[in-house]
Design a protein around this ligand. Structure first.
Ligand SMILES: Cc1cc2nc3c(=O)[nH]c(=O)nc-3n(C[C@H](O)[C@H](O)[C@H](O)COP(=O)(O)OP(=O)(O)OC[C@H]3O[C@@H](n4cnc5c(N)ncnc54)[C@H](O)[C@@H]3O)c2cc1C
Length: 417
């Protein structure tokens, strides 16, 4: 079996699909190496194993809303698309979504997946409790009040157990409008990035770093909080008169509705529609998160590489992510700007270029997205994440035999036992 992008053939010897938590617990207890597989949207081997991969598709796909506590207990194997529909049908919503609804909740949370919004933290920030099957087969529940163990486990890279359910914070459903603006001058972006990124509930800039202007700015506003007429300009950029795809040559049919038409949060916050292939399809991805205050310097550094990017890049997306408290979250205690790169499917060339890109971004403290391609070595990761060593200790404590270990964790965390 391959990952979504098709750039990785998993080495797993078999794939199991338990039909109950009890079956899953039994399977894990008796397994050698075992790893949960979500919707396969990572671009690296984080979800691979030389043992058994476990998919949670056979477990009940439950969403139980507790409106008094404003939480939903959600099966980990659900996709955000399924979860969004179930919540919306009951009048509820999540605070944000990634660019696509196709990804599993557990896989996204475990890798620190995020959307965009200056005051909107990563998707993991909604987690109030997590239920996991440990290496022993024991089922354990960790809650927000549990302190360190909870904070270390939510963004856990699949290293601490198999998540069967989360309790997620929910809020009453809301409507969102989105508009694409074209031709945003770089000068404005660099002069006051916070003003640009903060002018809306979720703002994304799409660019190839060449020229004097950012080709597209996607602005999403909540109708409840930010009602007002559609602006005729966004910092000098003009509203697109037709729906746009972030990639200039692709059909906007794959994208969620634009042109300022209000719609439910789940149909506007992702850029891509559930029924269609998101993004380019045949592609690779890389992303770095760094302190938002460093955005102008970091963006200038990447602009300096524009000529080198041309051959490799489909498009880059610039977003913001508010800080959270999860040890391995790329936005741990840091209001962040996220520089995402959608690459052409040229893996060898992209991997050869990454050290150059990372060297340009290193002075700004760039933390890589765990689910995408990166080359940052362990020693640098340990410097970038204040609780890195604590996470390594947690892994040793909770999975002493390395059942959930894999080549990715050994490479990224270093030898841990
Ligand atoms: C087209 C595209 C667009 C994307 N857009 C965004 C975006 O907007 N923002 C962003 O931040 N990222 C984005 N990503 C990256 C994506 O969100 C992450 O790669 C995410 O991890 C995908 O979830 P998954 O279920 O496919 O994970 P998988 O690749 O299946 O697994 C990822 C990790 O999660 C673990 N895992 C999965 N299920 C469980 C479980 N039940 N218990 C414990 N561990 C588990 C796996 O073991 C593995 O370690 C995008 C990816 C693609 C392909």
């Amino acid at each position: 079996m391959k990952n979504w992008a098709g750039n990785l053939e998993y080495a797993a010897s078999s794939v199991a699909s338990p039909e109950s938590v009890e079956q899953l617990a039994e399977l894990v207890a008796g397994a050698g190496r075992v790893k949960a597989l979500g919707s396969r949207h990572c671009f690296n081997d984080v979800a691979d194993t030389d043992g058994v991969q476990v998919v949670l598709d056979g477990l009940p796909r439950s969403v139980e809303v507790d409106s008094a506590r404003r939480v939903a207990r959600v099966a980990g194997g659900l996709t955000y698309g399924e979860l969004g529909r179930a919540l919306e049908d009951q009048g509820w919503a999540l605070h944000n979504l990634a660019s696509l609804p196709h990804i599993s909740v557990a896989g996204a949370v475990q890798t620190g997946t995020h959307g965009s919004g200056i005051s909107s933290p990563a998707l993991a920030s909604a987690v109030k409790a997590v239920e996991l099957v440990r290496a022993s087969g024991e089922v354990e529940r960790l809650e927000e009040g549990d302190g360190d163990e909870f904070l270390g486990s939510v963004v856990g890279l699949g290293a601490l157990g198999i998540v069967t359910a989360f309790e997620l914070a929910i809020e009453p459903t809301y409507q969102v409008r989105q508009q694409v603006f074209e031709g945003l001058p770089w000068e404005t972006v660099l002069a006051d990035y916070d003003a640009v990124a903060g002018d809306g509930y979720s703002v994304s800039l799409f660019t190839d770093y060449a020229g004097d202007a950012v080709p597209q700015a996607w602005r999403k506003v909540r109708v409840d909080a930010e009602a007002g007429p559609a602006p005729s300009s966004f910092f000098g950029a003009v509203p697109a008169t037709q729906p746009r795809h972030p990639l200039p040559d692709m059909d906007a049919l794959n994208c969620t509705q634009q042109l300022d038409v209000p719609g439910p949060w789940l149909d506007r916050l992702p850029h891509f529609r559930r029924e269609f292939t998101p993004s380019a399809g045949d592609e690779l991805q890389t992303e770095y998160l760094l302190p938002r205050a460093q955005a102008p310097g970091a963006l200038q550094a990447v602009r300096g590489l524009a000529a080198r990017l041309t051959r490799l890049l489909f498009v880059s997306e610039i977003r913001t992510v508010a800080a959270d408290e999860f040890w391995l979250s790329p936005s741990y205690r840091q209001d962040s700007v996220a520089l995402h790169f959608t690459w052409r499917p040229l893996q060898a060339e992209v991997e050869a270029f990454l050290p150059e890109l990372e060297a340009a971004l290193a002075p700004f403290g760039a933390r890589p997205h765990w689910g995408k391609l990166f080359a940052v070595p362990t020693a640098e990761l340990a410097r970038l994440y204040p609780r890195f060593e604590d996470f390594r200790e947690l892994v040793t404590k909770r999975d002493p035999e390395g059942k959930f270990g894999n080549a990715y964790l050994e490479r990224v965390l270093g030898p841990i036992r």
